[in-house]
Write a protein that binds this ligand. Structure first.
Ligand code: AMP
Length: 423
């Protein structure tokens, strides 16, 4: 039997309904924030991610799906959403429009990770990016989207962990302090951290392997290396979060896995039993240098991404049911082949008039047609026989009350509108 690749999954049935529901909720939510839907290709030239996400990050150095296409070009399935949007922002000169630019996306990301519950090789992310303002209001607005989204869904114990990485000057000072501090201890660090020491020492703080060692706990803190501008930015973000009633916890060791962050970084988790480190449902930060690094004009930005798969698992474990009831307005069937053109015309017309309607496509007998109508949770059943075709008087049955009606074709839509809106 052919099987799906490791770390992937199929979406159908209730999960499909849940995803559709989340998409609707996200559409409506992002309208409220005036963010516009944005779609970039699922694959890009590899250099987009090498430059955008950074070659020292785990997701680029260890986890990308790379391939050479038939034209001998190096391509990569996107591991995250930001780099593609930045590439498009520059390529389409969207920076020439009025700022800020505010966009959201929803789609598959690909990472060659070790699959486990809540961690897949193809997974769905919903994210947003805002470009064009250095103001900490933009950081706070972005964080508020995640919190409002989770609250709308009914998640409890939502916790925003935040930290600042400061501007370039602050980060360079901090980087130097970290290198001086870790230098005598380098042998006691794990292999990954030995690598990070030269390339991106801030990421040593993020290490899960060395996390509990004393040298980690006593490491210099970013906050002691922030210049006035960076401190001011950070305190404004916190002030605006407070103003919106958003609770946060400062976590000086939060650095996030990507190279492009400046100033604010954050992770949002919910209180979910048994989720351990998987309870981080969304994360992001500010990236004031990324557009320039990717050869665009210097443009500040902030963004976040939420893992939809992990969110679905969280909702399930919290017993929050977001499956909307699946039903049909009408199910139609006819007795004989001669009545099929009449039925198809009627069904087509009803669909164009906004009804959800299915019909018998395999020639069931009457009993099985009624059974099928029940299974599809149809509110009404339309039955077409010889008489209906001749007289244009349609027989329909309320599938719940079993009441039967004979309605003239020309009055059918009005009748159904009335009856279905009464339900
Ligand atoms: P990141 O892009 O790494 O900051 O991750 C943002 C969010 O995406 C995480 O909080 C997870 O919810 C989700 N996520 C990241 N990697 C995976 C994965 N391999 N499988 C499923 N969800 C993921």
């Amino acid at each position: 039997m052919l099987q799906k690749p490791k770390g992937t999954y199929d979406i159908y049935g209730d999960n499909a309904l849940k995803i559709i529901y989340l998409r609707k909720l996200i559409n409506a939510l992002m309208d409220k924030y005036n963010y516009k839907y944005f779609k970039t290709p699922t694959f890009e030239k590899s250099e987009v991610f090498h430059r955008g996400v950074g070659v020292t990050t785990d997701i680029v150095s260890k986890e990308t799906y790379d391939f050479v296409d038939r034209g001998n070009r190096n391509m990569t399935l996107r591991p995250e959403g930001t780099a593609g949007i930045v590439r498009s922002f520059i390529e389409n000169k969207l920076y020439a429009d009025t700022m800020p630019f505010k966009a959201w996306y929803f789609g598959s990301m690909f990472r060659y990770e070790r699959p486990q519950s809540g961690r897949y090789r193809e997974f769905l992310q919903f994210g947003a990016e805002a470009f064009g303002s250095y103001d900490p209001m933009m950081d706070a607005e972005i964080i508020s989207i995640i919190v409002n989204f989770f609250e709308l869904l009914g998640l409890k114990g939502i916790k925003v962990n935040i930290n600042t990485l400061g501007d370039n000057e602050s980060r360079l000072n901090y980087r130097k302090a970290l290198m001086d501090y870790f230098k005598p201890h380098i042998d006691s660090l794990c292999d990954d951290c030995k690598n990070r020491y030269e390339k991106n020492p801030l990421r040593i703080l993020d290490c899960k392997v060395d996390a509990d060692k004393d040298i980690m706990k006593n490491a210099p803190k970013m906050v002691d290396y922030l210049n006035d501008d960076s401190l001011n930015h950070y305190s404004k973000v916190k002030e605006y979060l407070k103003a919106m009633g958003i609770e946060y916890v400062e976590n000086p060791r939060l650095v996030r896995g990507l190279d492009y962050y400046t100033h604010t970084v954050f992770e949002v988790e919910a209180d979910i039993e048994g989720f351990g480190s998987q309870n981080v449902l969304g994360a992001g930060g500010r990236y004031d240098d990324l557009v320039e690094t990717m050869e665009g004009p210097k443009t500040p930005g902030v963004g976040f991404a939420i893992g939809i798969d992990r969110l679905l698992l969280a909702l399930e474990s919290l017993k929050i049911d977001i499956t909307e009831e699946d039903y049909l307005d009408i199910y139609a069937f006819c007795f004989d082949e001669e009545q099929r053109p009449y039925m198809m015309s009627l069904v087509n017309n009803l669909r164009l008039n906004g009804f959800n309607i299915d019909m018998d496509l395999i020639g069931r007998n009457i009993k099985n047609n009624f059974k099928h109508a029940d299974k599809l949770k149809a509110k009404f059943v339309i039955i077409i026989g010889e008489d209906e075709v001749k007289t244009n008087i349609i027989t329909l049955k309320n599938n719940e009350t079993k009441e039967e009606y004979k309605i003239e074709l020309e009055n059918l839509i009005e009748f159904l509108d009335l009856k279905i809106s009464e339900e």
